[in-house]
Design a protein around this ligand. Sequence first.
Ligand SMILES: NC(=O)c1ccc[n+]([C@@H]2O[C@H](COP(=O)([O-])OP(=O)(O)OC[C@H]3O[C@@H](n4cnc5c(N)ncnc54)[C@H](OP(=O)(O)O)[C@@H]3O)[C@@H](O)[C@H]2O)c1
Length: 328
Amino acid sequence: MIRHRMYALFGTNRTRRASFERVAMVTKPLVVAITGANSGIGLRAAERLAVEGHQVYAICRSPDRGQAALARINSRARTPARLVLADLSEAASIESAVTCIRGETDHLDVLINNAAVFDQTVRTPQFTSAGHELFWATNHLGPFQVTAGLSHLLASAPRPRLISVASKGLVSMPRIKIRFDALDSASWYSATKAYYHAKLAQIMMSYHLALRAIGKLDVACIRVPAVRLDADRVDALPRLLRLVYAPKNRLAAPPERLADTYVSIATRETTWTEHVTAAGDPRVELRGIYVDENEHPVTAPAFAYDAQARARLWGLSQQATGNPDWPW
Ligand SMILES: NC(=O)c1ccc[n+]([C@@H]2O[C@H](COP(=O)([O-])OP(=O)(O)OC[C@H]3O[C@@H](n4cnc5c(N)ncnc54)[C@H](OP(=O)(O)O)[C@@H]3O)[C@@H](O)[C@H]2O)c1
């Protein structure tokens, strides 16, 4: 059984600080939903959480890959994980996954928005049935809709936590901005640009939601470095990309290493607000939300600190996902 604490929530707007005050010690497993649980980091994190006795909702796109992952996870799980199917690029598919989870649990302690498309072979923009470019739909609008859909379950948990995933590659793009003129990237598309554009949005939405739900939701966004891809992922690449990718993959961190970070943050007893030392400077105010694989606070691209841009992105994301209702 995993030991964790229940917390009471309080905070003040003036100081922008909040704390999760410890009120009692209980022995209680967490309820955790994680997207992209069938491969790479997501699979390892789901396995670890299930082995530790947490109830895992493994959200996967493919029924076959999902079933295979479930069998692997449950071969060692203390609490059997549940498979939930969702294609994060399609709103209707997300809606049915959310309905399924809502039908099975009355609360959700942790949501990990891990899944992402980063297929560099997608040379020209591809569009979903709703007309959104694939990377934007899968890596930003999808997680946004999943989070909104599960937000009331999170709000029913004693110490809810949201974990999103960005990329260390953003350090080489300090001036990257959200392209409000063409969010769906048709005019400026490359797979790399579209990927990092959506990852910047993940950091911005983490910051926005952290402040919106201060004292009620603990928010973390993990800056994932180069991580070794599973063999079947590498095998699926075209030959040339495979040759380019092979040496990089050998040097990359094993997915288990990042799964440790996910699990540590999902089950930690501290919160990002404990890293805040002063109000006023947005970089200080938001410190501790965006963290590296060692859970050390890291700096985001400058644009992420623009509160107006974050609010604008929030409004547009709301519009694009049917104006969902949030508890915070
Ligand atoms: N690997 C790296 O070097 C690296 C570096 C920086 C950041 N990251 C981030 O780390 C996270 C995990 O990556 P990973 O390395 O574990 O990669 P991975 O093994 O390729 O896993 C990606 C997961 O996302 C799922 N996914 C993709 N499109 C989806 C969709 N439309 N609907 C539902 N699920 C979808 C995949 O499902 P399918 O099996 O159905 O495709 C897969 O389960 C991602 O957010 C990624 O951006 C990775």
